[in-house]
Each structure stands twice: as structure tokens, then as C-alpha cells.
Design a protein around this ligand. Structure first.
Ligand SMILES: [Mg+2]
Length: 203
């Protein structure tokens, strides 16, 4: 747990969305159960970011599941990661929330954030869709972000090389990656200790 001296100022941090704020792969697993009868699939089996490497699924099936998971209808059904809404709502009192996603289109996930964070004024929620993970670095530099919470380990490596401190949000697909000296965040209760003053009330 960090001490208060290393608390990250709210204005210095930005967040990835899928896999960090949004439990997106919960929907992927649900769709695998419902659409393809893959009822044995568990989120813990998603042990690599490139799912072709850890799931023995036909390419068409995998592509379909990914497309369905990210479409407008299913995006709105994604559950938030536990405690994420409470922490972000509190954080938004200190600074606008900045999100940088590798999604191509920002609209549906922005609507999802509005729904998930109903107490945060919409003008305090900024979403930038980079279209590809490699583009995030330049966007974060332009935003003068010093810390970024991300679940894709390769993006964390790229940011660290460029002087942005990544906080790797632990998920099954990055759990077995080498430490690389990143700050590793197990859940939003832990993340709260980095971004909110101690004793901040979460209502
Ligand atoms: Mg992500």
C-alpha cells in the first residue's frame, strides 16, 4: 500500500476502459456460453491478451464473439469492475476523468460511462478512442498524463519506455507476465489507495 507521499494527483492520471473500468470479458464469456454453448469457458482461461493464443476456437467463432462483445448492444450490458464507479465518482470531484481506449468508436463506451457514473457531470468525462493500442502513447503525451491504468502489458511496457508510469491492472491475461517493474494493481480497492486521499468517503 502506498503512503500518502506517493498519492497520484487526480489531474495526472488517465484510465483505459475495457479490462480496467469495464469487466468486458464477462460479456465475452457469457456470449460464449449462450451463443456457442461453450459452457465450460471461464474468465480465468483468458490467459493471454491475444485470445487466439489461449483459446482453441475457430477463427470465425472467435471473431464473432469479439465483435458481439464490443457492439453497441452488448457494450451497454458490460458490468463495471467492482468498486470502480465509487472510486471514479469520488475522483471526479478533484479533476475531470480522462479515458483513453483502443476502441475505434467512442460513442457506445462513452454512453456506458455516463450510465455507470450517473453522479459524475458529463462534461467531466473525457473519452478518446485511439483505434489501436500503439496510438495511446502519443495521446497520453498530448494530455500530459503521467500515470495510466492499463491491462495490456505490452502497452504498459511502451508507456514505461516513454516515461509514463503504467499501473498494470491485473487480469488473467496479464497475470503471468514478467514483473517489468510496473506497479501492479489487484483491484479498485487497491487503486483507491493510490488516487484518493486516505479516509476519503465512498458513498
Ligand atoms: Mg484494456
Amino acid at each position: 500500500m502506498p503512503d500518502t507521499n506517493v498519492r497520484i494527483p487526480a489531474a495526472d492520471i488517465a484510465f483505459d476502459i475495457d479490462g480496467v473500468v469495464a469487466d468486458t470479458m464477462e460479456i465475452f464469456v457469457r456470449l460464449a456460453h449462450e451463443r456457442y454453448g461453450l459452457t465450460a469457458m471461464r474468465k480465468e482461461q483468458l490467459s493471454c491478451y491475444d485470445l487466439r493464443q489461449c483459446l482453441r476456437l475457430e477463427k470465425d467463432m472467435l471473431d464473432d464473439l469479439i465483435c458481439l462483445t464490443l457492439d453497441d448492444e452488448h457494450t451497454m450490458q458490460i458490468p463495471p469492475m467492482p468498486d470502480a464507479p465509487e472510486v471514479l465518482t469520488e475522483l471526479a470531484r478533484s479533476a475531470p476523468l480522462r479515458f483513453v481506449t483502443a476502441r475505434v468508436w467512442p460513442e457506445s463506451i462513452t454512453e456506458w460511462l455516463y450510465k455507470t457514473l450517473p453522479e459524475v457531470p458529463r462534461e467531466r468525462i473525457m473519452v478518446i478512442a485511439s483505434g489501436a493500442p500503439e496510438i495511446k502513447l502519443g495521446i497520453l503525451k498530448d494530455l500530459h498524463v503521467n500515470y495510466f491504468v492499463e491491462d495490456r502489458v505490452e502497452t504498459c511496457r511502451q508507456l514505461k519506455r516513454a516515461g509514463i508510469q503504467p499501473l498494470l491492472f491485473i487480469q488473467p491475461w496479464n497475470f503471468n507476465e514478467p514483473a517489468d517493474g510496473f506497479i501492479r494493481i489487484e483491484n479498485w480497492t487497491r487503486l483507491k489507495e493510490w488516487v484518493l486521499p486516505q479516509g476519503a468517503h465512498l458513498g
